[in-house]
Design a protein around this ligand. Structure first.
Ligand code: HQG
Length: 178
């Protein structure tokens, strides 16, 4: 099931072209088309499997439309999509998990979205630690979201509770000492 979930992340966030899938401007794919194209490309999947993955994803990575006919990733895209999220007032402090080897670059140029559309931030330092450990020795950064918002930076919160913003300049960043 994890392999199928990764496959869904790949085609719904990064490479729909890999199987010839169309995403609309908000990132939605037609379920029947997704199932047909996935099967045709050697990734056997059916509606029940997709519904199970959507319901059981630890991070609620995917959403189904209310009529169940469409699916999209809640966040994490590298391709350009308009998630249609309204700007939201963030908590005073947010966390970003990264790897120690990136620190020098981050503290010289700020946090950038890299291949994705947004920098990903969490309300919870434990989540940040987990995210950082995907890249190496984890380091947790504190983001002064209150000051950023006061200075006009816009924040969004995805349907699965990830805080998103375009970039974080260095003056809003500090290292969490544990
Ligand atoms: C780093 C997962 C050098 C940044 C997670 C991160 C998340 C810089 C890496 C979601 C930098 C990008 C996103 C700079 C940022 N110099 N490195 N100036 N600015 N970086 O994977 O935040 O499981 O694109 O710190 O849970 O790690 O896929 O972003 O280490 O929510 O659902 O560049 O992916 O969710 O890495 O992870 P990523 P991320 P899923």
């Amino acid at each position: 099931m994890e392999a199928r979930s990764k496959f869904l992340s790949l085609v719904l966030r990064h490479k729909p072209d890999k199987i010839g899938l169309n995403l609309d401007h908000e990132g939605w794919a037609n379920m029947d088309e997704l199932i047909r194209l996935a099967n045709a490309s050697g990734q056997p999947i059916d509606r029940t499997m997709i519904e199970t993955i959507v319901a059981s994803s630890d991070k609620k990575r995917f959403a189904l439309s209310t009529d169940g006919q469409r699916i999209r990733a809640n966040q994490g895209h590298s391709i350009e999509v308009a998630l249609g999220l309204p700007p939201s007032v963030p908590p005073d402090t947010l966390f970003h998990g990264t790897a120690s080897r990136f620190l020098e670059s981050i503290f010289s140029g700020g946090l950038h979205p890299g291949n994705r559309q947004h920098v990903h931030l969490s309300v919870d330092s434990a989540v940040a630690e987990k995210v950082g450990s995907r890249h190496g020795h984890p380091v947790i950064l504190l983001v002064d979201a209150k000051a950023m918002a006061a200075h006009g930076h816009v924040f969004y919160v995805s349907d699965n509770g990830v805080w998103l913003t375009e970039s974080v300049p260095t003056n809003y960043l500090s290292k969490l000492t544990q």
